[in-house]
Design a protein around this ligand. Sequence first.
Ligand SMILES: Cc1ncc(COP(=O)(O)O)c(C=O)c1O
Length: 439
Amino acid sequence: MTTETKILLPDAEMPDAWLNVASLVRDEFPLPRDGKTKQTLTVQALASRYSEECARIEMLDGRYGTDLYIPIPGEVMDEYRKYRATPLFRAKGLEKHLGYGGRIWYKREDFNPTGSHKPNTALPQAWYGKMQGLRGLVTDTGAGQWGAAMAWACRNVGLECTVFMTRNSYQSKPYRRYLMELANGVVFSSPSEMTEQGRALLAEDPDHQGSLGIGMGEALEMVMKQKGLRLALGCMSYYAALHQTVVGLELRKQMDVLGIRPDVLVACVGGGTNLFGFMAAYLQEKLLDPGAVGPEMVAAESANVPSLTQGEYRYDYADAFGLTPQVMMYTLGHQFLPPKIHSGGLRYHGKSPILSLMVKKGLVRGVAVEQERAFEVGGLFYECEGVLPAPESAHAIAATIDMAKQAKEEGKNKDIVFCLSGTGYLDLKGYADMYGLKP
Ligand SMILES: Cc1ncc(COP(=O)(O)O)c(C=O)c1O
């Protein structure tokens, strides 16, 4: 048995292409459609909302419909090299605490700039915008990880960045807003006075807490009314999921260095991008050889927003106002208003179409985790490993612990790997609230 506790990859081993899993399921993958006519959209129609390259990816246009590997542009690769490959750690303290005879590993996306997996897609999205000559990008954010990454990536290439931040997080999590503003991002509490839709909601309820779907709708309204702007999405789009596949390609190499085939892969799921990217290389294997024994894949969602475990698989709008195209996904309905929870990144009514398809095909299984339990295991992980997870990522740790306990009961020593999608050091207020710590 290996005694390694962390696996790094030399620069030369970094993946230089994204893994285009959708090309393997092209015929089964429903594309975005117009909500009124129900017709599949054209790249041109989508390009009025997203940057051209993102629209091409979303519609599986040209090489995106055929090529399994999409070379990463040199300029993006230069940025990735500054922080990738991320290390794979072994959670020996947690194994000991659980009395678990198998091994638990975690991929450290919390080490990335701005502290989460989000820059893996923010960087290429900003670069596409720059190449197209856009003025800026507009987006929505929940807990702030996505907004922080997008503002930083835009700053990097000299684009403007506007962020509609869910009011709940805007008020309770100012630190990530400071990160956005430090990078010259302009941040509005959503619903806001900046858009018609926002004003209408505030007129009904001046204390409206907002949601990711509302933020996205506001961002889109701004894009449609002003020149030179496009929408950037961190969690619902196929392009964001595609960019995250660098994580899974690295993971497979790291597991190969260890000579281990993982038995279980776990990730938390808001829209589905960290999960999809992290599992992509193993999803590829399962899609190419459905009979092969591959890892069990577990998606840990918030029990407060149970789209995978209780939602329907159908076409729905990605935003709350029905301004976006409709996409095929597991959804609770686009007007679902999630309760006020700390894991802002998991407060979304649907799951991205590519992850939804993987769940529909039975390759990934959803489980729901209560918020209190997530904070409890987040604190436990800090005690055992000295690493404080983002509350979102703590949902994955809870599911990992459940899988380890189950393996223990069955007398099996499994290799379980989870994605630590983000750091929790800017979520200390949430931890303090849950643990009853005094201000
Ligand atoms: C740290 C972290 N993990 C997970 C998520 C969920 O997003 P996704 O499912 O797209 O990875 C978010 C979203 O904001 C996040 O910030």
